[in-house]
Design a binder for this molecule. Structure first.
Ligand SMILES: [Zn+2]
Length: 81
């Protein structure tokens, strides 16, 4: 089996949005609270599920600490998670 190298087209890749995401789940109640996109944008799974307490994300249900879990890279918001 041979592998053919494809020409690298940087402009094609640049047009596709790439979102790196990390799950935020609650240490206390285990609830998936939301995601961090591109290491800076916090996206709760539902409004109010992530609370920012002094810049640190907390669980909107029980105010527990949120831990980072699964991570990945998506090309659209639908591909997160
Ligand atoms: Zn919680």
């Amino acid at each position: 089996m041979s592998i053919t190298a494809l020409p690298f087209d940087a402009s094609l890749i640049a047009e596709k949005p790439r979102i790196s995401w990390v799950e935020l789940s609650c240490l206390n109640c285990g609830e998936l609270a939301g995601y961090v996109e591109n290491e800076r944008i916090v996206k709760p799974v539902a409004p109010g599920r992530v609370r920012l307490d002094g810049g640190r994300p907390r669980c909107g249900r029980c105010n527990g600490l949120l831990l980072t879990g699964e991570r990945g890279v998506a090309t659209s918001h639908a591909g997160i998670g």
